[in-house]
Design a protein. Structure first.
Length: 356
């Protein structure tokens, strides 16, 4: 059961978090989740992608002032890492290896020591940059520039409206997301932006792609009877989770088989899912998932997503779960799915049930 969730405000690369490292971003999130917690924490599991290396989760745990007995584990499944941390914590609880975890992710692109990205696949298979891979997805699923731009504008509109309503304040431990563009500016940018890769026939632009960002997010996840014994009100139950692999040319399509497997295994269809959070690294990714799975946009990312708010790689999957946590507190629905694709062609999906 997920009983608490929170995140930092998301900053632009070299923006408001430019001097804050990945561990330092995660520490206040961990502190907030662990605050006044009478239950011993078995471990802190964090996803991290672009460094600084070492065990970021352990460093962040110590920085947060938790007992020395709480160890810390850092995992890397590229952009899926933050959601996979939650998946791993849930699996450990189900295996009775522990009963209380903080799980999520953190990323500081601003302070990363790496000037180039890691390799995702051997060159004999093909290892495109993520933007070019988004173009591959658009072509594979026959998604036009107009469709991508329309979705990108929808995401921005949803995020603007949610920000005005104060929706994101519930998620954020302090401050405000740095990455909003004004509505008129976004409409102009979408029209004027040139294709990034194929100048003649390309569809992926800077305006229908996410930015590079800094931020951290995590959840407090506990075994159900333990949570209730200590007075917590569970909000989300982790029903099931899965991971999938596709050709590295099409990482944006990786959530599709992950979601399909998750639904089939639990006897559900997309019609049974009330809300999907699918990471918006690129508009082509979400439009491809929506088209392939026949999910109406009314059920996907109803508060906007990474196209507006930003994509702090290793934290983004945990941002999805945090968003669902607060949506579950606001709305009466039963099932929700968080899904994300990542470099190398890997997709992760988690099925949640809302506890009423």
């Amino acid at each position: 059961m997920i009983v608490r969730a929170c995140r930092t405000a998301i900053g632009k690369e070299n923006g408001m978090h430019r001097e804050t490292g990945a561990a330092e971003l995660a520490a206040p999130v961990i502190s907030r989740l662990a605050g006044k917690l009478a239950v011993p924490i078995d471990d802190i599991i964090l996803g991290n992608v672009v460094g600084p290396g070492g065990n970021v989760a352990r460093y962040a745990t110590l920085e947060a002032g938790l007992p020395l007995s709480v160890p810390g584990l850092t995992i890397d499944r590229q952009c899926s890492a933050g959601l996979d941390a939650i998946r791993l914590a849930s699996a450990l609880i189900k295996a009775e290896a522990g009963s209380c975890y903080i799980a999520g992710g953190t990323e500081s692109a601003s302070t990363s020591p790496f000037s180039e990205r890691a390799r995702f696949a051997p060159e004999t298979i093909g290892d495109p940059d993520m933007g070019l891979a988004a173009e591959h997805v658009a072509r594979k699923f026959n998604i036009s520039r107009e469709e991508q731009d329309a979705y990108a504008l929808l995401s921005h509109q949803r995020s603007w409206e949610s920000d005005v309503q104060g929706i994101f304040k519930q998620e954020i431990i302090e401050g405000r997301d740095e990455v909003f563009s004004k509505k008129r500016e976004m409409e102009k940018l979408l029209k004027r932006a040139r294709p990034l890769f194929d100048r003649e026939n390309g569809t992926v632009t800077a305006a229908n792609s996410c930015a590079i960002n800094d931020g951290a997010a995590a959840v407090l996840i506990m075994e159900a009877s333990l949570a209730r014994r200590y007075g917590f009100t569970p909000v989300l139950r982790v029903v099931d989770s899965t991971v999938s692999g596709v050709h590295p040319h099409f990482p944006g399509a990786a959530p599709i088989p992950a979601i399909e497997t998750l639904l089939q295994r639990n006897g559900l269809t997309t019609a049974d899912i009330d809300l999907f959070e699918i990471n918006e690294a690129f508009a082509s990714k979400v439009t491809a998932c929506a088209k392939a799975l026949a999910i109406p946009y009314e059920k996907i990312n109803i508060r906007g997503g990474a196209l507006t708010l930003g994509h702090p790689y290793g934290a983004s999957g945990a941002v999805l779960a945090t968003r669902l946590f607060y949506e579950a507190k606001r709305n009466a629905f039963r099932y929700a799915v968080a899904a994300i694709g990542s470099g190398g062609g890997v997709g992760v999906a988690v099925l949640f049930e809302v506890i009423h």
